[in-house]
Design a protein around this ligand. Sequence first.
Ligand code: ASP
Length: 327
Amino acid sequence: MLPKIAFVGTGGTIASIGKDQFDLLDYTATDQRLDSVTLIERTHLQGEIATIVPVNFLQIDSTAITSDDWADLVDLCYELSADPELQGIVIGHGTASLEETAWILSLVLDVRMPVIVTGSMRPLTGISSDSHANLAAAIRVAVARAHEPGVLVVINDEIHAPRAVTKAHTLRLSAFQSPWSGPLGYIDGPRVATIRLADSPCQGNFARELLRHLPRVDIVYSHVGADSLAIRSAVGAGAKGIVSAGFGPGIGTPEETRALGDAISAGLVVVQSTRTGAGRVVDSTHHRSLGIIAGNDLNPQKARILLALCLARGDGPREIERIFQSV
Ligand code: ASP
């Protein structure tokens, strides 16, 4: 008997219909995305690797995902995991915000099976689309890791950790990378090879109810001459936290730095990340003197999610610092 795997579609390019096979770039103009049932029918994957249970959920572009959608998705994963025959869950997702959804799932989900997030860079109907291949690979990984809990990203024949993976190119099939750390494994034809395990002590630590009450946390991007406007606007808009996407080592302009200090005095929590795309922001005398928390290896969008979850739980700056450093 084939293993039973649920497929939850959220929309995205993996489910998108372009106007013809050469429509690889502007296919969102059709605004057509298949639901899970139709997508599984179109890919002819049913009964090939697994018995797939398609679950209709969302049919949106992933730029439109909200924290309420995340909360609903988490609830759905818990509901599905109550089926004793189910061995894994595959989530189809737009690539724009895929890394953020995978990361928050890895922080909140605590189910007894693998949850594999996948997407594609070319629409389902595009020439040499990666939709079918990525979906098949994600199902293979779900089967191979049945009963092993944990969220993984599977795309372009690679397995990535939610903490490390990022979309590093706008268009290429190889857009998803884990800078410096590399993938956790590969899918070569039918063979799934895990070369190392994901290692994220944050996993499953946050209650899913927090997703319904995430506070405002803004990201401020540094550049030459950046002033305090964005930071002051964030404070004025009621942000409870700010993530600074700073220059290389993890620092903003002098004016930004002063404004971040003021934000901390006003009670906000500030995390220093970097716009470099890779590497750790480490604690420094400069950060300590201002009360800024070093963002470690998390890119700004992932640091934002972790900070929002900590703040929703009521963690204070010391505890937040401990969580950011606990890798
Ligand atoms: N626009 C798409 C999205 O939903 C991009 C993609 O899936 O590749 O994120």
